[in-house]
Design a protein around this ligand. Structure first.
Ligand code: COA
Length: 322
């Protein structure tokens, strides 16, 4: 029996930082409200000519360097994104070409904010069943392109960024389990309508931008993430005290704090980046993981729980020994 072990991480944030003060000039909001209700102080925004593949390439190369691998070692690319460069080909294929690799399996995963956990779960199954030995798993987003900058209920929340991990076949423990769920009955609470005719409520609204019923999503996210913590611990025969680090999807500090409370974990054992990155959807977990590993809070041998909730609804978790 082989495991998939995390051998390297990398991340990248676009240079431009947008503060809450800048948002005050765009919509009727203020720094105090945004900090109190979400924990967010700033977010990064891509430049006009910067694409999802561009920022992913930086993160991927950093992850490969950290793993001591070269692009030619990669035999699987799983790329989680809601903001692909093109409808097709998959951004995974564009990244593959950038890295100068030919022939390996490469595809995108669309599970919105749970995308990275889905991608990790898929790559883990490939490796455990002998379908791959060295996988590049990426989460990258240019959400600023699908944010409605006139909607104060959403535009204050999101940011751009990229994270990547290298997963390798290993005899010793790495990923213990992943738990992936979806319920499409909630599709309309958080979605990007195709055009003005694609609104279930019959409102005339422009398509192509994020629409969200914030407090309904908030309630569902908090309850669902509490349940997935129990499911993950039970599946592995573990107790709450066995978890060393929580690396949650970074949507809102209040959702993160509720999950930490559920685990009896103090916030010091949670990697929190939401204040600096905002919600970067599929990129938020690999970004936070890279921060926690590079600043040496997360050490080899630590038990780490990743969890996410997002549009779909989708939700999921991964438990791993780093
Ligand atoms: N600035 C100032 N006021 C704002 C605001 C903003 N940016 N956005 C909303 N408000 C106002 C609302 O209009 C409302 O005013 P009203 O009472 O006069 O109608 C008030 O603040 C409360 O709004 P509400 O939506 O109930 O706030 P909230 O406490 O639920 O916080 C979110 C809003 C979006 C921060 C919160 O619901 C949230 O984080 N939801 C989940 C988001 C999420 O996780 N999404 C992605 C899933 S991956």
């Amino acid at each position: 029996m082989s495991f998939a072990r995390l051998s390297g991480t990398g991340s990248y944030l676009p240079e431009r930082v947008m503060t809450n003060a800048e948002l005050e000039a765009l919509v009727d909001t203020n720094d105090e409200w945004i900090r109190e209700r979400t924990g967010i102080q700033q977010r990064h925004i891509v430049g006009d000519d910067e694409t999802t593949c561009d920022i992913a390439e930086h993160a991927a190369r950093r992850a490969l360097t950290a793993a001591g691998r070269s692009p030619s070692d990669v035999d699987l690319i799983v790329f989680a994104t809601t903001t692909p460069d093109r409808i097709f080909p998959a951004t995974a294929c564009l990244l593959q070409a950038r890295l100068g690799i030919h022939g390996c399996t490469a595809f995108d995963v669309q599970a919105v904010c749970t995308g990275f956990v889905y991608a990790l779960g898929i790559a883990d199954r490939f490796i455990r069943t002998g379908g791959a030995r060295c996988a590049l798993v990426v989460g990258a987003e240019t959400l600023s392109r699908i944010v409605d900058w006139t909607d104060r209920g959403t535009c204050v929340l999101f940011g751009d960024g990229a994270g990547a991990v290298v997963l390798e076949e290993s005899k010793g423990a790495g990923i213990h389990s992943t738990h992936l769920h979806a319920d499409g009955h909630y599709a309309d609470l958080l979605h990007v309508p195709r055009d003005s005719t694609d609104d279930p409520a019959g409102n005339e609204m422009p398509g192509g931008y994020i629409r969200m019923k914030g407090n309904e999503v908030f309630r569902m996210a908090t309850n669902t993430l509490g349940r997935i913590v129990d499911e993950t611990l039970l599946a592995n025969g573990l107790e709450k005290r066995d978890i060393d680090w929580l690396v949650p999807h970074q949507a809102n500090i209040r959702i993160i704090a509720a999950t930490a409370r559920k685990l009896n974990l103090p916030l010091e054992r949670v990697i929190v980046t939401v204040e600096r990155h905002g919600n970067t959807s599929a990129a938020s977990i690999p970004l936070a993981l890279d921060v926690g590993i590079r600043d040496e809070r997360i050490q080899r041998g630590d038990m780490v729980l990743l969890e996410a909730f997002g549009g779909g609804f989708t939700w999921g978790s991964a438990l791993l020994t780093y």
